[in-house]
Design a protein around this ligand. Structure first.
Ligand code: AMP
Ligand code: MG
Length: 327
């Protein structure tokens, strides 16, 4: 069926596919998700198969509302506050499963918790409301590769392994959701995203701990060290670029030289892309995956990446780049 316009007729078709065990790629504000009925173990197994995803890596369950999430996970007063503040939006909450929870065990990879999120994208919302199901949905790409921020990326990565791709244009956030673990005494960020630790601290006056800090000792399944990877090798914090490297820039290129002589700004078109000429982290986040993909597709075997400040949203961008650079 391939890429389909997200009109009401196709959203209805997508909802029917989901209700009969199919896989639908849906736009969200973060990245495109590969959705299946979270109750249906067989449908969820198809997600893992389509992505080639290790089954120890749990999936996020997407819901239409807090009320729907409450059917499956335990919301205490603290969780309620975060959801009220950030939902719908790019924040995933890790919460204890309810007793008699009917979400497939495969979704949570056997953990006693589930990651839940209510996406803000209007098409994701419409699809969730029309199908009436909680939807397990990881990013709609082959496991370990660059996340999809446009429908064509899904088609290129998954082809006919997905029953339908609902088109919703480019994703505005461009980075996966921030994951906040609320299953313990203190809130812990397991994955940085566009909602930053500072944003989260506004809610309760409590700065969350950071659980992704030590790449040698991930604190939960799924914090894979190598992830988001292009085919090309990445060289981070580059202060110059070699003649045979592509350049992923950030901010001004004025002082960026080419090894052996010349300036990066004079590189041929197609060898250099700038995440944000004026150093806007939000713009850089929304371009990151699409630009990595473009340089990769252009056939460069090495990409030099300029340094991104490691504050605020820059933390999430550097998290993705560090994992993408791992061999
Ligand atoms: P993806 O959907 O590909 O962005 O990946 C979802 C990520 O959510 C996984 O890689 C895990 O890191 C995280 N996740 C989902 N559910 C849980 C959970 N119950 N506990 C901890 N992390 C989770
Ligand atoms: Mg992913």
């Amino acid at each position: 069926m391939g890429i389909q316009m997200a009109n009401s007729e196709n959203i209805k078709k997508a909802a029917e596919l989901l209700n009969s065990g199919g896989l639908v790629a849906m736009p969200t504000e973060t990245v495109y998700g590969l959705a299946a009925n979270a109750f249906d173990g067989q449908a969820v197994a198809r997600i893992f198969a389509a992505k080639g995803r290790p089954q120890i890596n749990p999936l996020i369950v997407h819901v239409a509302s807090i009320a729907q999430a409450e059917d499956h996970v335990v919301f205490d007063a603290r969780a309620r506050k975060y959801a009220d503040h950030f939902w719908p939006g790019p924040l995933t909450l890790i919460l204890p499963k309810k007793e008699n929870c009917e979400i497939s065990e495969l979704v949570s990879a056997g953990l006693p918790t589930i990651g839940v999120r209510c996406p803000a994208h209007p098409i994701a919302q419409q699809l969730l409301n029309t199908c009436g199901l909680p939807l397990a949905a990881p990013s709609a790409n082959a496991s370990g590769t660059i996340s999809p921020t446009a429908p064509i990326h899904v088609a290129q990565s998954l082809g006919d392994k997905v029953d339908m791709i609902l088109s919703g244009g480019n994703c505005t956030e461009g980075l996966e959701s921030t994951i906040l673990d609320l299953s313990g005494a203190l809130p812990v960020i397991l994955r940085p995203g566009t909602i930053t630790a500072d944003d989260i601290a506004q809610v309760e006056g409590l700065t969350p701990e950071v659980g992704y800090g030590n790449p040698e000792a991930p604190t939960s399944p799924g914090q894979l060290l190598k992830h988001y990877a292009p085919n090309a090798d990445l060289r981070l914090n580059a202060v110059d670029v070699a003649a045979d490297e592509a350049l992923l820039g950030f901010g001004s290129l004025k002082f960026m030289g080419v090894k052996g002589g010349g300036f990066a700004k004079d590189l041929p078109q197609g060898q250099m892309l700038n995440l944000s000429e004026n150093g806007d982290l939000y713009q850089a986040a929304s371009h990151l995956f699409a630009y990595l993909r473009r340089l990769d597709d252009a056939g460069f075997s090495k990409i030099a990446v300029m340094s991104i400040p490691n504050t605020g949203l820059g933390i999430a961008i550097n998290d993705r780049l560090t994992r993408a650079a791992r061999k």
